[in-house]
Design a protein around this ligand. Structure first.
Ligand code: ATP
Ligand code: MG
Length: 423
């Protein structure tokens, strides 16, 4: 019978990879804690209406990328394509936004029916951060400082560029859209099908077009920053000044827009040239209108999401992953029944007394040779070898596996724990 395969664009994350994911997730989680952010978890499935109303009907995501289906009751449900909408829904529903500020983060899978390729999957994973109740630009700057520190601590800062823009208040955008529309209407016969469609529905998205001819046309187009009103301008200047204060460099990209309708004022992306076409590893911005749009009280909000697959790929490409993540420290080799029992007891004693050591016991018997092969593969630094002779003398052999100069030594069984404690 034919083997059943996974769904296209939805990958298994095997132990070799999950080690790297865990390393990244641990670093991010610790950093978020240091900035005072708390985790929120919400379902993977939501009412379809939630995403339509927030992301916007005329966006790539809602038009063609959502996994939407009717459940057995006939309700239209959607696998979340992103986290912001769900996060707002969860906060509203549970009263987290009532007269309070929130600094939140979440992590997990997102689903978009895109064409799978390097750095672009149908089930991908994000770590997202959302803040509520702060009008900024102080909090905007905090979020960007947090990401900048993350790249530094991961050792990948040199490979990343911060692109920054303000897409202004909805009034600024309305005036700019009219100007852009007027300009682009003169080139209708040169626009591709996507851009033509967006001309009527969402002209700002044309700025984001990957089509080289469209990008050429845009060189002469009106520039969004010329249409910002005073409040929007002040917000943006305030953010830039704060980034200057903490020494974070940025590139202002007046064509940077986001593919989701709820953004206004600040938008930013961290991009790299090391990953080919899928170079954005983190993207976010301000969305002061979204809470109200979803039925809550008007609440200022700003957040971002980073793509875990792309970040792991980048860490790997730059050789920025620590060499020995998740490897054993000690491998216990035991031959014969009495030795195996002594090994079992010793492993538990070590785990009890020296909790930071990762101890792997050999299970399943076999010759010394085959056990040593496994010890070697485990990455362990030391093997503790217990044979019938050793047991009779109340001793074990402690054998360094990684250091060719170091000698094997015989240690009394009762001294092993102490030896490792002081190691
Ligand atoms: P892109 O322009 O690359 O399509 P996007 O604007 O659709 O990205 P967001 O919705 O802002 O992306 O998501 C934030 C981050 O999540 C992206 O910067 C990227 O790192 C990651 N991401 C988005 N879509 C995918 C995907 N299909 N596969 C893998 N990672 C993704
Ligand atoms: Mg996209």
């Amino acid at each position: 019978m034919a083997r059943i395969q996974s769904v296209r664009g939805m990958n298994d994350i095997l132990p070799e990879d999950s080690k790297q994911w865990q390393y990244l997730e641990d670093v991010v989680r610790r950093l978020l804690g240091r900035y005072g952010y708390q985790e929120i978890r919400f379902p993977i499935l939501e009412q379809t209406e939630l995403f339509k109303r927030s992301i916007g009907e005329v966006t790539d995501i809602v038009e063609k990328e959502m996994y939407t289906f009717d459940d057995r009751n006939g309700d239209s449900l959607t696998l979340r394509p992103e986290g912001t909408a769900s996060c707002v829904r969860a906060c509203e529903q549970n009263g987290l936004l009532h007269n309070q500020q929130q600094r939140l983060w979440y992590a997990g899978p997102m689903f978009r029916h895109e064409r799978p390729q390097k750095g672009r999957l149908r089930q991908f994973h994000q770590i997202g951060v959302e803040t509520f109740g702060m009008t900024g630009p102080d909090i905007d700057a905090e979020l960007i400082a947090l990401t900048a520190r993350l790249w530094k601590e991961l050792g990948i800062a040199d490979a990343l560029t911060l692109e920054l823009n303000s897409i202004g208040s909805s009034e600024s955008r309305r005036r700019y859209k009219a100007a852009l529309l007027e300009y682009l209407s003169g080139f209708k016969d040169e626009l591709d099908e996507d851009s033509l469609r967006r001309l009527d529905t969402n002209p700002l998205r044309i700025l984001d077009s990957k089509n080289p001819r469209t990008q050429e046309l845009l060189v002469q187009a009106p520039v969004l920053s010329d249409y910002l009103d005073e409040v929007s301008r002040q917000h943006f200047d305030g953010l830039c000044a704060r980034l200057d204060t903490v020494g974070i460099s940025y590139k202002i990209n007046t064509r940077l827009v986001r593919g989701l309708d709820y953004y206004g004022l600040t938008v930013f992306e961290w991009t790299t040239e090391k990953l080919g076409a899928q170079g954005t590893v983190c993207a976010g911005g301000r969305y002061d209108g979204l809470v109200e749009q979803l039925g809550g009280k008007a609440t200022p909000a700003v957040g971002f999401a980073m793509g875990i697959e792309r970040l792991v790929l980048l860490l790997d490409t730059l050789n920025a992953l620590p060499a020995a993540i998740g490897q054993a420290d000690i491998y216990i080799v035991a031959m014969g029944e009495a030795a195996e029992l002594a090994g079992l007891k010793l492993a538990e004693d070590i785990r009890e007394a020296v909790p930071h050591l990762r101890v792997q016991s050999h299970c399943g018997g076999g010759s010394f040779k085959s056990q040593f092969k496994k010890a070697d593969k485990s990455g362990a630094r030391l093997a503790i070898v217990i044979g019938e002779d050793e047991i009779a003398k109340g001793e074990v052999a402690v054998k360094p596996l990684r250091d060719a100069q170091a000698q094997q030594q015989m240690v009394a069984l009762s001294d092993v724990v102490n030896l490792l404690k002081n190691d």
